[in-house]
Design a binder for this molecule. Structure first.
Ligand code: AMP
Length: 364
């Protein structure tokens, strides 16, 4: 069976790596010259809106999915009209606009930070009067890794923020003084059955994910699953969904969903019985879902901008290196390491060693 993937970045690469043992083949459509999944399948290098290319892409595949949530809606509809596209266009659209995403959460009784649409400079004053300060001004579309957003601490920040972001539709959200950021990775099969990975605790810096650690028996697990299940069912979702939350006391405030495999689930390649990548493929192919149970203690550390020498990392027990074949650039995710151990204490000691290597390399 041949799977078509819209997008050919590292997520596509890891999907293909998980799919070959299942006997699957892959084709990617991505306009990028440096598409790091390309060595793992056929790469159609074309714009997402190039209908002749989309037609050729669809002609050679059995079903399609995406690894990039900003695939234009028209491209998704075009593909979905020709081959099964999972998750469906509705799920893709839900994650593309922060305003409709928040309204979806509200309609499902999932708590969200106070928010308000901002379409003019005057709206910004009114919106922040409602959300209070500090607040976060974000573009409704195309934001990722903290791009397209600014924190507003006082009215004196408004003009500069408006000058930077005001040319596009915006949303303002109350700034949440969260205790932790967690994500719930969920997978739903074609038959409607769902499985959930243990909640993952995420640490971001400058809006970019640095570390992700699955937590066995997190007290908020059941709540995270309840919220994720509500979204899966509303969207009649098939595949892996990542749901990011702010944890405040015993509540989870919804931040955003990604209708795809997610950076906060990379640890699952070595840390879970069945990885998020394999489970996404199982779901869309109609295979039984794999177990989401932990295999032991694990955590993931991203390599941002530069990667420590493989030689040094490979010398450490329990360290699994993933390099994406991308040209290093500041603030760019170029790889990650998953660190595994028999228990959380030995994991902490191993993580400190790997973090030291990452820090040494970043400051070199
Ligand atoms: P996002 O692109 O919305 O996931 O934002 C990237 C990161 O910015 C989040 O993971 C948080 O660390 C931070 N952030 C975003 N929105 C808020 C908010 N309303 N309150 C506090 N921190 C936020």
């Amino acid at each position: 069976m041949k799977i078509g993937i819209l997008g050919a970045g590292q997520l596509g690469r890891m999907l293909a790596l998980a799919g070959y043992p299942l006997g699957l083949d892959f084709a990617f459509l991505d306009p990028a010259t440096e598409a790091c999944a390309a060595p793992l399948g056929q790469h159609l290098r074309a714009d997402y809106l190039d209908e002749a290319a989309l037609q050729r892409f669809c002609a050679g595949i059995d079903l399609a999915t995406y690894e990039f949530e900003n695939v234009p809606e028209h491209a998704a509809a075009f593909v979905a009209a020709r081959v099964p596209l999972m998750p469906g266009p509705e799920a893709l659209a839900a994650g593309q606009d922060r305003l409709s995403e928040k309204r979806l959460f509200e309609s499902l009784d999932i708590p969200v930070p106070r928010f308000c649409a901002v379409d003019s400079r005057a709206d910004l004053d009114a919106a922040t009067a409602y959300t209070g300060l500090p607040a976060v001004l974000k573009t409704r579309r195309m934001g990722y890794d903290g791009k397209g957003q600014m924190v507003l601490r006082a009215a004196a920040d408004f003009d500069a923020a408006w000058a930077q972001l005001g040319s596009q539709p915006l949303i303002v959200e109350a700034f949440v003084a969260f205790e932790r950021e967690v994500s719930c990775l969920a997978v739903r099969g074609r038959d409607g059955g769902a499985r959930f990975y243990p909640l993952v605790e995420n640490v971001h810096c400058d809006g970019i994910l640095r570390t992700a650690r699955p937590l066995p028996k997190d007290p908020l697990q059941a709540l995270g699953e309840r919220h994720a299940r509500a979204v899966l069912e509303r969207l009649d979702y098939v595949g892996v969904l990542a749901f990011e939350f702010f944890a405040v006391g015993d509540a989870l405030l919804a931040n955003e969903i990604a209708p795809r495999v997610h950076n906060s689930g990379h640890w699952s390649i070595e840390g879970a019985e069945c990885s998020q990548f394999e489970n996404h493929l199982r779901a869309i192919c109609g295979l039984p879902l794999g177990s989401t149970r932990l295999r032991g203690a694990s955590a993931m550390l991203n390599f941002i901008g530069t990667a420590p020498a493989t030689q040094a990392l490979a010398a450490l027990d329990g360290v699994h290196v993933h390099l994406y074949g991308k040209t290093p650039k500041p603030q760019r995710k170029i790889g990650h390491a998953t660190v595994t151990a028999a228990d959380q204490r030995s994991l902490d000691a191993r993580l400190r060693r790997v973090q030291r290597l990452i820090d040494r390399c970043a400051s070199a």
